[in-house]
Structures are given as structure tokens and as C-alpha cells.
Design a protein around this ligand. Structure first.
Ligand SMILES: *[C@@H]1O[C@H](CO)[C@@H](O)[C@H](O)[C@H]1NC(C)=O
Ligand SMILES: *[C@@H]1O[C@H](CO)[C@@H](O)[C@H](O)[C@H]1NC(C)=O
Ligand SMILES: *[C@@H]1O[C@H](CO)[C@@H](O)[C@H](O)[C@H]1NC(C)=O
Ligand SMILES: *[C@@H]1O[C@H](CO)[C@@H](O)[C@H](O)[C@H]1NC(C)=O
Ligand SMILES: *[C@@H]1O[C@H](CO)[C@@H](O)[C@H](O)[C@H]1NC(C)=O
Ligand SMILES: *[C@@H]1O[C@H](CO)[C@@H](O)[C@H](O)[C@H]1NC(C)=O
Length: 344
């Protein structure tokens, strides 16, 4: 009986807001190095895999009518959720991108005269196609594409915004508000978390900024994480080399992470979700790190070790089914040939 009642309550709850993440672009000025970090906070295991996608793949938007079609121009190394969404990645030109949850996103009712793109392949399109943020910006208006979303796990809406960054430190935030595209483009947009929309997030940061030397907001809410991360990044020291730069970025992302609790113990009323993993990219030496919250050591992929050109093959490393003893250090040689996944 209890079970039936709680099931009903679940069924009638509005779609949960369960994906909360943080992202930062760190610039080591004297070393002329851009390093990006991102955390993934989620209500359930993301069953993630890392994919190697070469250039030359024929792709489509995976929607019924008028899907966008393209051939990947750049190879990429990406992290997926449930082998059905590219959620984070970097391509061979050093363009990095992340999808972070944004509850009020509204992509508009499907208009089949616009090319459609399922949310599972949305970010992959950018990684496949552009070498810089500026080149992505140049296409945005003329493309007029429409994101089509579907639930990833039952009862959880799959809606988000994208942050892209390139080797030069340029950034682009892509959001959809009431069906309209809203973007923020520039080197200054180095931090992104979740709700509310980015313009409001910037206003909250502006309010806090004069106080941040004395007081920082400390909860796991998206606005608090944004303010802390923006402050840490503003105050971050110089880094002379790759390792220091990645360590500095990792320190900031860890400092806005939410302590791990297993799924069964999450207090869903708090609307704060445990950090499950983090990724870091160095766009100068072209290395990616992946750090699980439940293993003690990070793994890494050096882009020079993988065939991302158009004679490479699709490869996959299933993190969920690989025991943690096999997930530390260099992942060279640990990938298996695979097929492209079917995006939601
Ligand atoms: C994630 O993997 C677990 C274990 O294999 C499985 O029980 C669960 O259904 C998967 N979740 C999704 C949404 O695919
Ligand atoms: C679209 O891409 C999928 C792979 O994601 C592929 O299986 C399918 O055949 C493609 N559809 C068309 C019409 O090309
Ligand atoms: C659908 O998209 C086309 C192309 O952008 C536009 O001209 C048309 O007004 C849109 N229709 C609706 C109902 O929004
Ligand atoms: C915070 O402290 C730094 C370092 O002393 C200083 O440069 C900056 O102006 C201060 N910011 C504010 C808003 O007081
Ligand atoms: C890339 O592919 C070529 C041709 O298949 C192969 O000879 C080469 O060893 C590969 N390089 C790496 C780094 O795997
Ligand atoms: C891989 O493809 C590139 C570009 O088409 C070509 O220049 C190169 O020779 C190829 N390498 C191998 C090992 O086939």
C-alpha cells in the first residue's frame, strides 16, 4: 500500500529537476593555456561511456521529420550518458563543449520546416563541425536548427543549455527561452551552472561580486555554485604548465562539487544532487581527464594516441562495466571498437 501511494505521488510530481552541474574555463595567461573543467551532478548513475569518434562520420539529427544532416569534420573524445546522449567532449581542434541542465529551457513546439536535432546528438553536432567558437557563432542564425527533447530517465526532463569554449579562451552559451535562441558570446563568459537563465545568473553574480572577498554563498544551489566558481576563477593564480593548470581547474570544480551519496540516500526535496564525475580538458597539450567521484584515481586520454582523422574507427570505453581497478591512469589501449550510439 505504502509503495502504491508513493508511486502515485511520484507519478504526479512535476518533472524532477535533477541534473545540476558546474563548468569553468580557466586561462593561464603567461603560459597561454586554456583548461576547462566540468562536474556532473545527477540523481542516478549516468552509466557513462567514453567514445572516440573519428572525422568522416555521416550523422543525422535523429528526428522523424527534417533531421539536420552532416559529416563530422573533426574527430572528438566525448562522455555519454546511457550511451544515448553526448553530454561533454573535446574535438581534435580543441573545441570543448558541455550540456548542463537548465530547467526552464523551451525549444518550442516542433516546426518541421526547421532542421531538427535530438538532444542526444545536439552537442555532438558542434564538436563534429566547428574548430572555434567564432565559427559556431557564424552559423547559428542561418542554421535555424531546433532541438527536440525526450526523457532520458523516466520522470526526468532532459533540457539544458550548452557551453562551448575553444583554444583561444572564447566562450559561447547557447540557451532556448520561450522557443527563442539566446546566446552569450565572449571570453568573459567563463562560468556556467544551471537555473536560472544566464542573464539572470549574471545579475546574481554582479550583486555578489563586491562582497566576495569577505563572504561567499555556500550551498549547492546553481546560483551559489556560479558565484563561488566565478570568484575562484577570478582569483585563480597563474599556472606555468600543463599539470599546474589542470590542478588549478580541478581544484575549482572540486570546490563546487556536492558530496557523494548513493542514489537510495539522496534527499530529493533538497534539490541538490551528488557530484558523480568530473572532466578536465587541456586545449594546448590536448589531454582529457575523467575523474569518478567513487574511484580514487583519474583516467586520461592523450589526443595524440587516438586516430581522430577520417581513417580512424569509432571506439568505446564503457565506464559502468569496467571495474575500478582497471580505471586509473592512461587509457591508451583500453578502448574497444564500437558502433555509433543511437541518440535519444
Ligand atoms: C544503468 O545501469 C544499470 C546497471 O546496469 C541499470 O540497472 C540501469 O537500468 C541503467 N540505467 C539506464 C537509465 O539505462
Ligand atoms: C541516422 O543516424 C543513425 C545513427 O545515429 C543511423 O542508424 C541511421 O541510419 C541514420 N538515418 C539516416 C536516414 O541516415
Ligand atoms: C516554422 O519555421 C519557418 C522557418 O524558420 C518559419 O518561417 C515559420 O514561421 C515557422 N512556423 C511557425 C508556426 O512558427
Ligand atoms: C578583492 O581582493 C583583491 C585582492 O586584494 C582586490 O584586487 C579586489 O579589488 C578586491 N575586490 C573587491 C570587490 O573588493
Ligand atoms: C591510426 O590508423 C592507422 C591506419 O589504420 C594505423 O596505422 C595507426 O597505427 C593508427 N594510429 C594510432 C595512434 O592508433
Ligand atoms: C588517413 O587519412 C588521411 C586524410 O584522408 C590521409 O592523408 C592519411 O594518409 C590516412 N592515413 C592512413 C594511415 O591511412
Amino acid at each position: 500500500m505504502l509503495f502504491a501511494v508513493s508511486y502515485l505521488v511520484w507519478a504526479f510530481l512535476p518533472l524532477l529537476r535533477v541534473n545540476a552541474c558546474s563548468r569553468v574555463t580557466y586561462h593561464a595567461v603567461t603560459d597561454d593555456r586554456i583548461t576547462i573543467g566540468r562536474s556532473m551532478d545527477f540523481v542516478a548513475s549516468t552509466n557513462s561511456s567514453i567514445y572516440i569518434f573519428p572525422a568522416g562520420l555521416e550523422r543525422n539529427g535523429s528526428v522523424d521529420a527534417n533531421p539536420l544532416e552532416w559529416t563530422s569534420k573533426y574527430g572528438s573524445i566525448v562522455t555519454t550518458m546511457y550511451d544515448s546522449v553526448t553530454i561533454d567532449g573535446m574535438n581534435s581542434a580543441g573545441l570543448t563543449g558541455s550540456i548542463l541542465y537548465l530547467g526552464p529551457s523551451d525549444y518550442g513546439a516542433r516546426n518541421t520546416s526547421r532542421p531538427g536535432l535530438a538532444i542526444g546528438i545536439w552537442l555532438q553536432y558542434y564538436l563534429d563541425t566547428y574548430d572555434t567558437v567564432a565559427s559556431a557563432v557564424a552559423d547559428l542564425e542561418t542554421l535555424n536548427l531546433q532541438v527536440v527533447t525526450a526523457p532520458l530517465v523516466p520522470g526526468v526532463s532532459s533540457v539544458g543549455h550548452i557551453s562551448l569554449s575553444d583554444k583561444s579562451g572564447d566562450n559561447l552559451i547557447i540557451e532556448y527561452k520561450n522557443g527563442q535562441l539566446v546566446t552569450h558570446h565572449g571570453a568573459e563568459y567563463q562560468v556556467m551552472t544551471n537555473d536560472p537563465f544566464y542573464d539572470e545568473q549574471l545579475a546574481i553574480w554582479e550583486y555578489w561580486q563586491p562582497m566576495t572577498n569577505y563572504s561567499l554563498p555556500g550551498t549547492g544551489s546553481p546560483a551559489d555554485r556560479f558565484v563561488r566558481l566565478a570568484y575562484y576563477n577570478q582569483m585563480s593564480p597563474e599556472s606555468p604548465d600543463l599539470m599546474t593548470s589542470v590542478a588549478t581547474t580541478a581544484a575549482m570544480i572540486r570546490a563546487v562539487s556536492v558530496p557523494f551519496v548513493p542514489e537510495s540516500l539522496i534527499n530529493k526535496e533538497l534539490d541538490v544532487w551528488p557530484t558523480l564525475w568530473r572532466v578536465y580538458y587541456d586545449t594546448k597539450d590536448m589531454v582529457m581527464w575523467y575523474e569518478s567521484a567513487v574511484t580514487p584515481i583519474a583516467i586520461y586520454m592523450d589526443f595524440g594516441d587516438y586516430n581522430l582523422s577520417n581513417n580512424g574507427t569509432v571506439q568505446r570505453l564503457g565506464l559502468a562495466e569496467t571495474s575500478w581497478e582497471n580505471l586509473y591512469g592512461d587509457m591508451k589501449g583500453k578502448f574497444a571498437d564500437a558502433k555509433v550510439f543511437k541518440p535519444i
